[in-house]
Design a binder for this molecule. Structure first.
Ligand SMILES: Nc1ncnc2c1ncn2[C@@H]1O[C@H](COP(=O)(O)OP(=O)(O)O)[C@@H](O)[C@H]1O
Ligand SMILES: [Mg+2]
Length: 218
C-alpha cells in the first residue's frame, strides 16, 4: 500500500479546509479505503470533530494530530504511507508556515477550498504562490480550487466565480454549497452520509468531489 496524499490548504481560516478533509475522509472510508486524516492545524479541529463521535459510531477514519512536527511533517506523514490508501492533511490557515510548506512537498493533490467572495479570494493569493513554489520540487503535485459555501443564485457569487476562473489554479467541477448539515456534522462527529435523506444534496456533492479527486489521482 502506498497512500495517495491529499493536502487541504488555504491561508484563509474558515474557508472549509477541515470540512473538505473530514467529508472526503468519510466518503473514502465508505468506499472501503483505509484513510488517515492528519490534523496539521494547532487548533485541532479535525481531532475534536472525530472525538465528538459516539462510542457506538466512531468516526470512520483514523485522525492524528501532527502539528507539532512543524517543518518535518512530511517525514511523519511518509511513515504512515504504507499503512493507508489515502492520507488527507488538514492544514493550518497559513500559506507560508513550515507545516503547510512541508505538507506540499509530499502531496499528490492540493485542494484549496475557497468561498467565492472578494475578501476570501484576496486572502488566498499566497497559497497559489506556495503551491507554485512546491511544484518546482514536487513534480507530481496537482492542485484544484474547491468552491465552498457556494450560493450560485447571487450576482456576487457569479462575479466571484468569474474572477476565480483566472486565479491560476484550476477549479474542481464539483462544488460544496452552503448547507446547515455541514455545520451539524462536526458537532456529532459524523459526515453528511450519516444524516440520511435530508442530506441527499450534500451527500451528492461530496461524492462528486471524491469521484473527481479519484480520477485525478488515478
Ligand atoms: N458548505 C458549508 N456550508 C455551511 N457551513 C460550512 C460549509 N463549509 C464550512 N462550513 C462551516 O464554516 C466554518 C469553517 O469551516 P472549516 O471547515 O472549519 O474551515 P477551515 O478549516 O478552513 O478553517 C465551520 O463552522 C463549518 O462548519
Ligand atoms: Mg480547519
Amino acid at each position: 500500500m502506498k497512500a495517495k496524499i491529499i493536502a487541504v490548504v488555504n491561508q484563509k481560516g474558515g474557508a472549509g479546509k477541515t470540512t473538505v478533509a473530514m467529508q472526503m475522509a468519510g466518503s473514502l472510508c465508505r468506499r472501503g479505503y483505509k484513510v488517515m486524516v492528519v490534523d496539521a492545524d494547532a487548533q485541532g479541529t479535525s481531532m475534536r470533530w472525530a472525538a465528538s463521535a459516539s462510542d457506538k459510531k466512531p468516526f470512520p477514519a483514523t485522525v492524528v494530530g501532527l502539528n507539532a512536527a512543524q517543518g518535518k511533517l512530511h517525514r511523519e506523514v511518509r511513515k504512515f504511507a504504507g499503512d493507508y490508501q489515502f492520507i488527507i492533511i488538514d492544514a493550518p490557515p497559513a500559506a507560508d508556515s513550515p507545516v503547510t510548506l512541508s505538507a506540499l512537498t509530499v502531496t499528490d493533490l492540493a485542494l484549496v477550498p475557497i468561498i467565492p467572495s472578494p475578501p476570501d479570494m484576496w486572502a488566498s493569493i499566497g497559497i497559489k504562490r506556495a503551491i507554485d513554489d512546491a511544484s518546482e520540487f514536487n513534480e507530481k503535485l496537482q492542485s484544484r480550487l474547491v468552491i465552498n459555501q457556494c450560493q450560485p443564485n447571487t450576482s456576487l457569487a457569479r462575479d466571484a466565480l468569474d474572477l476565480l476562473s483566472d486565479f491560476g489554479i484550476a477549479m474542481a467541477k464539483s462544488r460544496l454549497h452552503q448547507r446547515t448539515v455541514y455545520r451539524q456534522c462536526a458537532a456529532f462527529g459524523q459526515t453528511v452520509h450519516d444524516f440520511g435523506g435530508k442530506a441527499a444534496p450534500a451527500i451528492r456533492e461530496v461524492e462528486d468531489l471524491v469521484d473527481e479527486v479519484m480520477a485525478l489521482l488515478d
